[in-house]
Design a protein around this ligand. Structure first.
Ligand code: BDP
Length: 328
């Protein structure tokens, strides 16, 4: 070894030691969550942070701000990418605007069932989406369940795509969902989650679409009585961390967060199933008229243009879409 390369090694060692010393200090994380405190997502996030604090002996602590007090979801997604917010729980729906890979799970009827969604998200599909997220500054730590989304409104039950015609429907902020509603000749309005209740109440929109727990927790069922089980979207959610904040942690701390993230997803999925059943009871007791849809094929056919335009604009994602579509 020459004297010079020996010196370089010493110098590099000193730099690494310096980095380790600064990153080993206590870290306090700020977490974003849109849901109320007793929601499955919120309980799982709190349990995640409690486990992280315990297993890092208090070196990594954090607080989750529930109820969307840190801002709307599209804004929070940008803030997590910038490292302004350290962690959060997001629907992959609004992520599609900045991370194209996440859009594949926002295609209507792409998953055949919730168990199939779990299996694919816990395997190669989830890995591919996770890579896309990392490339845009977001590290996924666990895939959460958000059930299936169905339409609800204050005007009439929806039994066929023709029933959507002329209805003003709020959608999450993503062009795919605008196209989805327009494919049935409805009027789509992208809007923040927090504004939907008032907008339905005052007639700015006729309705929206969501899973039973959100339809219940937001009290949307009080102002939009017809809940029609179209179950057109099964969009997984993600407990994730800002890559910028992630890189400030030591490798050991990252391992603890990954493990705690995984465990929190297992807990969230259990809580979800129970909450879904309870929410259906609550909304029915509150006067909601629920209708099931025996044949969903007309909805699938009506929404087919969403796939066509998505694949035309994102030909590189055809493989990922087919991986899901062709799965058993
Ligand atoms: C809920 C999701 C939440 C979304 C909300 C919405 O859990 O992340 O913000 O839908 O429709 O189901 O905006």
């Amino acid at each position: 070894m020459s004297f010079l390369s020996g010196m370089k090694k010493v110098a590099l060692g000193a730099v690494l030691a310096g980095t380790a010393a600064t990153t080993a200090g206590a870290v306090e994380l700020r977490g974003w969550n849109i849901h109320v405190e007793d929601y499955p997502v919120s309980i799982a996030m709190d349990s995640f942070m409690a486990e992280v604090a315990e297993r890092t002996n208090g070196d990594v602590t954090g607080k989750t701000y529930h109820n969307g007090v840190l801002g709307s979801q599209p804004d929070a997604i940008e803030q997590i990418r910038l490292g302004v917010i350290d962690f959060g729980e997001f629907s992959l729906g609004p992520m599609g605007q900045s991370i194209p890979e996440t859009n594949v799970v926002s295609l209507p009827f792409i998953f055949k069932s919730i168990p199939q969604m779990y299996e694919l998200m816990d395997g190669a599909v989830g890995d591919a989406i996770g890579e896309g997220m990392k490339a845009k500054g977001i590290v996924p730590l666990g895939w959460y369940d958000a059930g299936a989304r169905s339409f609800y409104n204050s005007v009439r039950p929806i039994n066929t795509p023709a029933d959507v015609e002329g209805l003003k429907i709020r959608v999450m902020s993503n062009d795919l969902f605008v196209k989805m509603v327009e494919s049935m000749d409805g009027n789509a309005t992208p809007m923040a989650f927090a504004e939907v209740y008032q907008s339905i109440k005052t007639g700015v929109v006729d309705g929206a679409e969501n899973n039973p727990p959100s339809y219940d927790s937001t009290n949307h069922f009080e102002v939009a009585k017809y809940y029609s089980l179209t179950e057109h979207l099964i969009i997984p959610e993600c407990l994730c961390m800002s890559l910028k904040s992630w890189e400030k942690l030591t490798a050991d701390q990252q391992e603890i967060l990954k493990d705690a993230g995984h465990k929190s997803a297992v807990l969230q999925r259990e809580l979800w199933a129970a909450r879904e059943a309870k929410s259906m009871e609550t909304v029915k007791a509150g006067g909601t008229e629920v209708n099931t849809i025996a044949d969903k094929a007309p909805f699938q056919a009506a929404m087919a243009p969403v796939y066509e335009s998505f694949l035309a604009n994102n030909p590189d994602l055809t493989g990922l879409v087919d991986m899901i579509r062709n799965a058993d």
